[in-house]
Design a protein around this ligand. Structure first.
Ligand code: ZN
Ligand code: ZN
Length: 128
């Protein structure tokens, strides 16, 4: 009974992880952290949560993310944006590049921003 059941997403999140964006934390890093901790909301629940806590005036956020092709939180961090190529590692056996499972601390964004920090690149621009 110690897990927090998140109201929008229905996800169980360890209270140590928490469901509040860290100070200056960007939408990309927050969503990545939440999907890792609580799983995808099967919608844009985490992105919407970020907006309500950090960027209330970004009322078109959900519409913009949907227009870019994200139907759920994991698509925000795998399709629209992807971790910067500098964070990927190459598997010594297969030679395949592997996305980082845990990101370094967020580089930070200004308050109210829904842009990702410099750890993120546009998914379309990352040609592997
Ligand atoms: Zn998803
Ligand atoms: Zn970030």
């Amino acid at each position: 009974m110690s897990n927090v059941i998140h109201i929008f997403t229905g996800s169980r999140v360890d209270p140590k992880v928490g469901v509040v964006p860290r100070s200056g934390e960007c939408l990309g890093c927050f969503t990545h952290r939440m999907v890792l901790a609580g799983g995808c909301s099967n919608g844009l629940g985490w992105a919407e949560h970020y907006r309500l806590v950090r960027a209330r005036r970004a009322v078109t956020l959900r519409r913009r993310l949907t227009a870019l092709g994200a139907r759920c939180d994991c698509e925000v961090i795998h399709e629209i944006w992807q971790p910067s190529p500098v964070l990927w590692t190459r598997d010594p056996q297969s030679g395949d590049l592997a996305a980082p499972s845990v990101l370094p601390p967020c580089e930070g964004v200004r308050p109210g921003s829904t842009k990702p920090c410099s750890w993120w690149v546009s998914g379309a621009s990352l040609a592997l």
